[in-house]
Design a protein around this ligand. Sequence first.
Ligand SMILES: [Zn+2]
Length: 112
Amino acid sequence: MKKTVRCSAFSLLELIAVVTIVGVIAWIVVARFSTTAFDARRSACHTNRGDIELEVQRWFRDHGTWPSSNLSDIGADKSYFPEGLPTCPVDGSAYAIDPATHLVVGHDHATP
Ligand SMILES: [Zn+2]
């Protein structure tokens, strides 16, 4: 009488399948977190633009003139930006306003 012995170890194909699935899951998680970090920086830039445009309006109400387009005068005044003029969290560039519309120009960050 022949007795069959069941092998309880994993086969090579099972190991390859598990490693492949774990790799795909890890890739998805890394891609998800990197996109989220960029979205957070882009959102912070959007908030900075809004803050700057509000302070530019307040400068106009206080002084009767618009600040310079490179924001050097309003950025130097600590009553408007106590922590200094912010820079873009996405690319580190300085903000500037359009002299005609008095809105922040640029910073339309596209998805990477
Ligand atoms: Zn920006």
